[in-house]
Design a protein around this ligand. Structure first.
Ligand SMILES: Nc1ncnc2c1ncn2[C@@H]1O[C@H](COP(=O)(O)OP(=O)(O)O)[C@@H](O)[C@H]1O
Ligand SMILES: [Mg+2]
Length: 315
């Protein structure tokens, strides 16, 4: 069995004059958990819709387990489970009836369907509410049921499109625990979220999209080692009379930015070894006394900001 589960090559999707996805290629290996990040409108949902066969690409191809998928009715789709960004549930039906309805779409029936529905309900912690109509559920409970629907046919690959966004913290934790458990069970996961800490906890690799293209595809540590992302160094100054020396710091090789707030100086250092030494030497020359120095490696959020010019939360 090949290690490669999903292979997306040069995917393109246009909506009228707008190219929402513009030549996206990546692969997923079996058992891998990959984060898909990008500002709002980057093309994440459109990409996931093409992976799952909901949208046909205008260009490029998706292969699942070595074979191309050819649209919504392709039997290979059984390999994957989609948790869409928008809820797909019937409000007037009970939790249980929703599961039976969607399970039937995957040709599950009879005892097999009953067992799958019960085990999915238990897994997401909704067994007690099986007989209640979805319209009585909180937003978080609906999200959990949405996840249960995706698990009914026991897919190998889960595509999760912002499954924890906009839900109460308790449900958010419950959903995230579920996803971690699925990962431990060996599922392959593509995970879109606005929460960096979730990506740091869950993912082996991160794909960052912007304007319909992939701007980075790397491991977390690989991303953090990129030379473009600056370390931050915080200097506590003893006394600040004026900041006339500040501009001089930014001219130093290895220092990309210097900011002063009260007595706290923040340096963005692209060359920690040489740049920081030169900056401290500059401060000594202008008689600015440094009481303490503390450095911080770039966070995933910093790297995201550098690559896309936007912070993840305000999209
Ligand atoms: N059905 C559609 N019709 C027209 N434009 C769309 C449609 N779906 C998405 N778009 C546009 O495509 C771009 C990418 O959207 P989307 O894939 O939803 O981004 P993301 O999930 O990263 O926020 C956006 O500019 C969005 O407005
Ligand atoms: Mg989206």
């Amino acid at each position: 069995m090949s290690d490669l589960l999903l292979d997306a090559q040069q995917l393109v999707k246009r909506f009228g004059p707008r190219t929402a996805v513009d030549g996206v290629s990546f692969t997923l290996r079996r058992g891998e958990a990959v984060g898909l990040l990008g500002p709002n409108g980057a093309g994440k949902t459109t990409t996931i819709s093409m992976l799952s066969g909901l949208l046909l690409p205008d260009g490029g191809e998706v292969r699942l387990g070595g074979q191309p998928i050819t649209g919504d009715t392709d039997p290979r789709k059984r390999l994957l489970g989609l948790v869409p960004q928008e809820l797909a549930l019937y409000e007037e039906l009970t939790a249980r009836d929703n599961l039976e309805f969607f399970g039937a779409l995957y040709d599950l029936a009879g005892a097999a369907l009953a067992t799958a529905a019960e085990s999915a309900l238990k897994f997401v912690g909704l067994a007690e509410r099986r007989g209640d109509k979805v319209k009585t559920f909180s937003g978080g409970m609906k999200r959990r049921l949405n996840l249960a629907v995706a698990l009914l046919h026991d897919p190998q690959l889960l595509l999760l499109d912002e499954p924890t966004v906009g839900v109460d913290p308790q449900s958010r934790n419950a959903i995230f625990d579920n996803v971690e458990e699925l990962r431990r069970r060996g599922k392959t996961i593509l995970y879109t979220t606005h929460y960096m800490e979730e990506v740091e906890r869950l993912c082996d690799r991160v794909i960052i999209m912007d304007h319909g293209r992939i701007v980075a595809d790397d491991t977390l540590s690989g991303l953090k080692q990129r030379r473009t992302s600056a370390d931050r160094v915080f200097c506590e100054l003893v006394e600040v009379r004026d900041g006339s020396w500040l501009a001089g710091l930014e001219g130093i090789a290895g220092i990309s930015r210097a900011e002063l707030a009260g007595t706290r100086l923040t340096l963005h250092v692209t060359d920690l070894h040489g740049g920081l030494g030169r900056a401290l030497e500059h401060l000594r020359r202008v008689d600015v006394v440094v009481a303490s120095v503390e450095s911080q490696s770039p966070s995933l959020e910093d790297i995201f900001l550098e690559l896309t010019g936007r912070s993840l939360r305000d999209g």
